[in-house]
Design a protein around this ligand. Structure first.
Ligand SMILES: [Zn+2]
Length: 124
C-alpha cells in the first residue's frame, strides 16, 4: 500500500464541519463564562467590592452605586427583565461620576466574550 492510498482526501465539508463544531463549543464555553460573570457580579461585586471601591455612594435613578454596580453585568448583557430596574441602572450610569466610567469596563468584558466574529460565522 502506497502513502497515497493511506491518505485519502478529506470529504467535502469535513473540515468546515469540524471547525463549526469547535466554534459552537467555544460559544457555549463563553456563554457559561458570561453567566457566571453575571452571577459573580451580582453577588460579589454588588456587595463586597462596592464597599471598597466606592466608599462614597451616590443615589441616581433611585438606586445606589452599590446596587448599580451589582446590576451592571446583567445590564450590559441586556438580562434585566424589569424595565423600571433597567431604567434606574441606565440613569444611574448616565449621571453618576463614580459608576459612569465603569460602564465601559463592563461593556468591554461582555463584548470580548460575545461579539467575536466567529460566533456569528458559526451559523448556529
Ligand atoms: Zn454610582
Amino acid at each position: 500500500m502506497t502513502a497515497e492510498q493511506e491518505w485519502a482526501p478529506c470529504r467535502p465539508g469535513e473540515i468546515s464541519g469540524l471547525a463549526s463544531r469547535q466554534r459552537r463549543d467555544r460559544f457555549q464555553a463563553a456563554l457559561v463564562r458570561v453567566s457566571s460573570l453575571t452571577a459573580v457580579g451580582v453577588l460579589f461585586v454588588g456587595t463586597a467590592a462596592a464597599w471598597f471601591l466606592f466608599p462614597k455612594t451616590y443615589t441616581y435613578g433611585g438606586i445606589t452605586c452599590e446596587e448599580c454596580i451589582g446590576l451592571a453585568p446583567a445590564y450590559v448583557a441586556n438580562e434585566i427583565e424589569d424595565p423600571a430596574v433597567e431604567r434606574s441602572v441606565r440613569i444611574h450610569f448616565e449621571k453618576c461620576p463614580l459608576c459612569g466610567p465603569h460602564l465601559e469596563d463592563f461593556r468591554q468584558q461582555v463584548k470580548t466574550a460575545w461579539l467575536q466574529p466567529e460566533f456569528f460565522v458559526a451559523g448556529r
